[in-house]
Design a protein around this ligand. Structure first.
Ligand code: FE2
Ligand code: FE2
Length: 219
């Protein structure tokens, strides 16, 4: 069974039901993802900004969904821990919300210097590489480095936050896999609901997780 790409007539909660059928016990869970809360003092730039806690938590959720779908669709195993740690660290070294082209390289160096106890050395190496290369602008084939291709897509899916008229908006054609394309509408739904929750006073890390759970995208 392949997951269908939702459209405006295909509600996000229906996508959630399909996810549940397809992933079963492998559907990511709210309580599991809660363990990956980044420390507030890891942020060099704005914690509440457009590349801050809400964004990296949505990337954490999106990479988790995408990795589960990809492993199943392609019968492969990915380094899931490296993907999770890259999600919560890739934008921590930003110095501005502009292109800031070397923020990925700085995040690669930073994680090795500051979070070396977070995981085993192989995972740390891959996390550093994902951070370093996440914004290199290079279009690499999925097969060459699956985790990096997947991670770039997860990060790109949250570009819905820039709005339709922004030059940095999500470019569907730039997404590397069909699994990623199925997540465009769910990603926007997570974004909208998580922002609404933050406006109601919910914590910046918990709001995206609560939103994804409420939409039925995680258990
Ligand atoms: Fe980035
Ligand atoms: Fe990002």
């Amino acid at each position: 069974m392949e997951i269908r790409k939702p459209n405006p007539a295909f509600e996000v909660h229906e996508y959630g039901q399909e996810l549940r059928q397809i992933l079963g016990e492998n559907l990511p869970s709210h309580s599991f993802l809660l363990q990956y809360r980044p420390n507030k003092n890891w942020f060099y730039y704005e914690y509440e900004g457009i590349h801050g806690m809400r964004h990296i938590t949505r990337v954490l959720i999106l990479q988790e969904l995408l990795a589960s779908l990809t492993e199943r669709a392609r019968s492969m195993l990915l380094n899931r821990e490296a993907l999770r740690f890259a999600a919560i660290t890739h934008d921590l070294r930003r110095q501005s919300d502009l292109a800031d082209e070397s923020h990925g390289q700085r995040a690669g160096i930073w994680i090795k210097e500051h979070l070396q106890d977070l995981c085993d050395s192989k995972t740390l190496e891959m996390t550093a590489e994902l951070n370093t290369r996440h914004n290199d602008g290079i279009k690499l084939p999925f097969e060459e480095f699956p985790e990096l291709a997947l991670f770039k897509d997860a990060d790109a899916l949250d570009r819905c936050r820039f709005g339709e008229r922004s030059y940095t908006k999500l470019n569907e054609r730039a997404l590397r896999t069909e699994e990623s394309k199925t997540l465009i509408i769910p990603a926007k739904a997570i974004y909208l609901l998580s922002e609404a929750k933050v406006r109601e006073g919910v914590d910046h890390f918990e709001a995206p997780l609560d939103a994804a759970a409420e939409l039925g995208l995680i258990s």
